[in-house]
Write a protein that binds this ligand. Structure first.
Ligand SMILES: O=C(O)CCC(=O)C(=O)O
Ligand SMILES: [Fe+2]
Length: 344
């Protein structure tokens, strides 16, 4: 890989949120989100153990393909029971070269969906079974993944409290909390990027780089990524230059998505990032913090700039916003036919 500059990201230690350093932490978070929009996060929870999560990620991707396909989404297996949660295999020839496993919040399917359409997103989770000759591994996977799923969601909502507290104009600490209660539509994803073969498709080539996940901004509120000790993540500066984001032992890499940026009137930055092939297998585990289906996401933090409008009165339902985003992706094209008119 050619030499590229390295991003020096600030470190936010969530343990400080519990003590008298909280106001300073909220200001530090605001500073991080108004500049690079990316930071390292430490002290998420005493139970967070990057080595454990990496081992589970390896375990899942090493399962026999058939066991993974048994819990895949319908797009990849017409006999599958689920549409939104579960496994997706690598799609050869695509700009994005990864397989993954996706979970929703543990209690999502126990909630009453506000509409028939909402059922699509408020799906139960699917879990793998043990490979032949093994017992107890799948149970352990499920138990630990559910635990992480829960505390990563809580950490995300706590980060939103800190965003509200660090906002320069007085804002209630719980400004965002209601959007995530009683449950939300967050996605916890285990990703495995196998290296590309000797002749990657043209859509994956960018100069000297082979891209594994093309440049994009995340769509929701916060993304908390465990990158373990793998290289490959890059962020883009405003002048177009890419910087490597090295992993930091025990820390997650965190950024915000377009919705939170919009709610802040663009003051908080949703930064473009991508994953490039470093020649080896790569695993990561992003947690995408997203609000509940019927959350109104057309809200505004108090504007910092006099000319900026404050909140609009027109509701925008998160579920419909999400749907419009998803139908842009190959794996969800068929949704447009089924639900397109409902989501207008
Ligand atoms: O794998 C990573 O490190 C980042 C993944 C990512 O940006 C995403 O899934 O949105
Ligand atoms: Fe991303």
């Amino acid at each position: 890989m050619v030499g590229v500059d390295v991003a020096h990201l600030p470190v936010i230690d969530l343990r400080k949120a519990k003590g008298k350093e909280r106001p300073a932490l909220a200001r530090q978070l605001h500073e991080a989100l108004t500049t690079t929009g990316f930071f390292y996060l430490e002290g998420v929870d005493d139970r967070y153990n990057a080595v454990e999560l990496k081992t589970l990620s390896h375990w899942f991707s090493n399962l026999p393909l058939q066991l993974k396909m048994d819990i895949s989404k319908k797009t990849f297996n017409k006999n599958a029971s689920h549409n939104y949660r579960g496994y997706f295999p690598v799609q050869p020839g695509e700009p994005s070269h990864k397989e993954g496993f996706e979970l929703g919040p543990n209690n999502c399917a126990d909630q009453k969906p506000p509409t028939e359409f909402a059922k699509f997103f408020m799906e139960s989770n699917q879990w793998p079974v043990d490979p032949p000759g093994v017992t107890g591994e799948a149970d352990k996977f499920k138990k630990v993944m559910m635990e992480y799923n829960d505390f990563l969601g809580k950490a995300g909502v706590e980060l939103l409290r800190l965003v509200a507290e660090g906002w320069p104009k007085s804002t209630h600490s719980e400004f965002f909390t209601e959007l995530f209660t009683p449950t939300h539509l967050s996605t916890f994803r285990l990703l495995h990027y196998p290296p590309r073969d000797a002749s990657p498709p043209p859509c994956a080539i960018d100069g000297d780089y082979v891209v594994q996940c093309g440049g994009h901004r995340d769509s929701g509120f916060f993304t908390l990524v465990s990158t373990f000790d793998y290289p490959g993540l890059q962020i883009q500066l405003e002048d177009g230059k890419w910087l490597d984001v090295p992993s930091r032992p025990g820390a997650m890499v965190v950024n915000i998505g377009i919705l939170l940026s919009r709610i802040s009137g663009g003051v908080l930055k949703a930064t473009t990032h991508r994953v490039v092939d470093f020649g080896g297998h790569r695993w990561s585990a992003p947690y995408f913090l997203e609000p509940k289906f019927d959350a109104n996401v057309n809200i505004k933090l108090p504007p910092l700039n006099k000319n900026e409008e404050s909140g609009s009165t027109e509701r925008q339902n998160y579920g419909k916003w999400l749907f419009k985003n998803l139908i842009g992706y190959e794996e969800y094209r068929d949704l447009a036919e089924k639900w397109g008119n409902i989501a207008q």
